[in-house]
Write a protein that binds this ligand. Structure first.
Ligand SMILES: Nc1nc2c(c(=O)[nH]1)N[C@H]1C(S)=C(S)[C@@H](COP(=O)(O)OP(=O)(O)OC[C@H]3O[C@@H](n4cnc5c(N)ncnc54)[C@H](O)[C@@H]3O)O[C@H]1N2
Ligand code: MOO
Ligand SMILES: [Mg+2]
Length: 425
């Protein structure tokens, strides 16, 4: 007997398709913002900042030498030239990290290293290469043959940031530049949004573990690992749970348990109309409130969204291409919104189609493809194999090319919108 008949639901056949935008809007209306936590700076990579950060002090906070050379009073160099050199006495040495030990008076200079604090009286630094060192009566002098402009080679206080400047806005993803700022301002304990914990279930009696030997009629479970990678990339923390064989009662129980422990549940497989498509039955039952079970898109027309006590369930297709696209269009924005990212959708750009795409469909297609820069134009090439069931070309794609419903397809040279896949290869 089919899983569907056992449960008395045949809702899965009567589906009302909604658009991608409508589906996304439904999802986002149920997404709450994640809680905060603090992580140590070395662990902050890729995390989303939870608070605005203001500069606690100016940067730099002291006048800094930009060269290895001599700090001087520029007035002492007025009128000097090759014919009329000036001799200035070296009265101090300031390595990086040390403070000047004497006050400079006219006629004196301090030897200073790049990054060291410039004496208050000095208004310029001249690099070693522009000076000659001499000695007279046991005293060290430099000989200068040109005028030095006031301000030369001195980085003023607050050149980069003034005290109180907004330096990093909340919602920002932390990478090298942000981490450098946090380190500069002594922020080791970084306020970030907690990563949503996302449970992954695969469904299907055909699935073998990745390390199991191949068997006829069965395949290894690739979607789970693909999804875990997508979840991590989107800023979530994936939890791979034991695969569910095609049994509705077990699926129900496991999904309910997952809702208690995790912030979101993602499943793959079993959402179409097949006899063992248990997820389709599960979402049309009492366990969850179904938001949609059909989207006017390909692949992934059976992408399903549901909610239970404010937590989202995404039942993605089992076909790898559809599973991938369903994640990118629905799950990624949901995770992004939980993290407080202001624009959680794939970035849209305009390109020219590089090769015809003539498969017709009355749903919008999201065709995996590659973006190339050719003579200053962005050209999008659809993958040669783009069927929903095809796995191998996902790795070669950096965009999803949006092909609107049409009976004639799209010709090379026509404008298309493409959605940029994150972490473009
Ligand atoms: N009569 C109809 N049949 C189908 C329809 C339809 O409208 N009417 N839709 C087709 C479309 S479109 C898609 S997409 C698939 C959706 O299938 P399901 O989401 O129900 O997924 P399954 O039936 O479980 O599996 C489909 C396919 O994917 C393979 N699979 C499943 N899980 C994994 C995994 N974890 N890793 C790798 N591959 C996986 C599975 O073996 C099947 O080959 O339905 C069409 N049928
Ligand atoms: O749901 Mo299927 O992926 O449209 O081909
Ligand atoms: Mg199926």
């Amino acid at each position: 007997m089919s899983a569907s008949n056992q449960d008395g639901h045949d809702e899965k056949f009567k589906r009302k398709a909604i658009s991608v935008k409508e589906g996304q809007a439904k999802i986002l209306s149920f997404v709450g913002k994640g809680e905060q936590e603090r992580v140590a700076l070395p662990e902050a990579q890729g995390r989303i900042l939870a608070e605005d950060i203001y500069a606690p002090h100016p940067y730099p906070h002291f006048r800094r030498s930009g060269m290895d050379g001599f700090a001087l009073l520029s007035n002492d160099t007025i009128g000097c030239s090759t014919d009329k050199p000036v001799f200035l006495e070296v009265v101090d040495e300031i390595p990086c990290g040390s403070l000047p030990s004497v006050s400079l008076i006219p006629g004196t200079v301090a030897r200073i290293m790049t990054g060291a604090k410039v004496p208050d009286e000095a208004d310029a630094v001249v690099m070693f290469e522009m000076t000659e060192s001499t000695e007279s009566q046991g005293k060290a002098y430099i000989e200068l043959k040109r005028e030095i402009k006031s301000g030369s080679n001195i980085t003023p206080v607050g050149l980069e940031l003034k005290e109180g400047d907004l330096i990093l806005e909340k919602g920002r993803r932390l990478s090298a530049g942000e981490i450098s700022v946090l380190a500069t301002f002594g922020i080791y304990s970084v306020p970030v949004i907690k990563r949503p914990l996302v449970a992954i279930f695969s469904t299907g009696s055909e699935l073998l573990g990745v390390e199991e030997p191949l068997q006829d009629g069965r395949i290894r479970n690739s979607n789970t690992y693909m999804l875990a990678s997508q979840i991590r990339d989107a800023g979530g923390e994936p939890y791979i749970l034991e695969a569910i064989a095609d049994d509705l009662a077990t699926a129900r129980q496991k999904v309910q348990e997952a809702f208690v422990l995790y912030d979101m549940v993602v499943t793959t497989g079993g959402v179409s109309v097949g006899d063992f498509d248990i997820m389709a039955d599960l979402v049309s039952g009492e366990d969850v409130d179904m938001l949609f079970n059909k989207i006017t898109m390909r692949p992934g027309s059976v992408t399903t969204g549901a909610v239970k006590d404010g937590k989202l369930l995404f039942a993605l297709s089992g076909n790898p291409g559809a599973c991938f696209v369903g994640f990118e269009l629905f799950v990624r924005p949901a995770i992004g919104t939980m993290l407080g990212i202001s624009q959680p959708f794939l970035k849209e750009i305009q390109a020219t189609l590089g090769r015809e795409y003539v498969k017709v469909n009355n749903f919008t297609r999201f065709v995996r493809g590659r973006l190339e820069l050719e003579e200053g134009r962005l050209v999008a090439y659809p993958a040669m194999l783009d069927e929903s069931s095809v796995m191998v070309t996902i790795k070669d794609s950096d965009v999803l090319i949006v092909i609107p419903p049409s009976s004639r397809g799209v010709q090379p040279g026509e404008r298309v919108t493409v959605l940029q896949l994150p972490g473009a290869r």
